[in-house]
Design a binder for this molecule. Sequence first.
Ligand code: HEC
Length: 228
Amino acid sequence: MAFFRSRWAAIRRHPALAAITVAFVVLWVIFGALIGFLPGSVLMAALALLIWWVVLEVVARRRARAGRAAPTREGRTAVVAGVAVVLVGFGLMQAVPYGRDHSNPPVTGEPTWHDEATRTLMVRACFQCHSSEVSYPWYAGIAPTSWAVQRHIDEARGKVNYSQFATDPGDADETIEVIRDGSMPPAYFTRFGNNATANLTDEEKAQLIAGLEQTPGMSEDDPGEQGG
Ligand code: HEC
């Protein structure tokens, strides 16, 4: 309890510092939500705060033991500890193997697309996640973004991988539905002007749906549907 009381007192002594820290954490979590990485960003923010807290406590105890008054230069210590936590944490994240293996599973056979235009639109809007032809963007090499990218791609391929339609159609029979209701491509993917080529105009969307209606297996009420 004394632990929390002393930290709380420190926060009250440095309201500006505390406000900046809280603002930074909140912005980070909002950013995480916008790029579809909410659980990860909340976890990281919580971890960073926890580590920062512990570092400050250790510093305060050492100071106290050395006979110096804990509050002196406390604000500066907090800033230095905060920056160090962020930098060291960022460095450690880069060592995590998940998200670095930018491999593509084998191509076993795509749907029999109605025409080349249908395929081109699908490649533009969907293949960055639902295919074995993912070209990883530069930011997919840097954690924690690499984790978010990898998780989206793993999840997306788990639902349907159009490059493996021949062996496993997955949820391909929901293709027309998700394009029509606008849930795919996901909003976070094209936010902030990212992946602009995946943004289809209304005309392109209509053209794509028309093409998919002539492509076997793309809708549940398709008589030639092969999926399940
Ligand atoms: C940024 C990556 C990404 C892109 C681009 C993307 N998807 Fe998805 N898709 C996902 C993820 C992740 C899921 C699984 C989670 C979910 O359902 O939201 C998913 C799920 C699906 C599902 C299964 C839906 C269900 O309810 O089971 C279908 C079908 C689908 N996507 C089709 C498409 C089509 C068609 C496009 C292109 C118009 C597309 N997706 C673009 C990531 C993506």
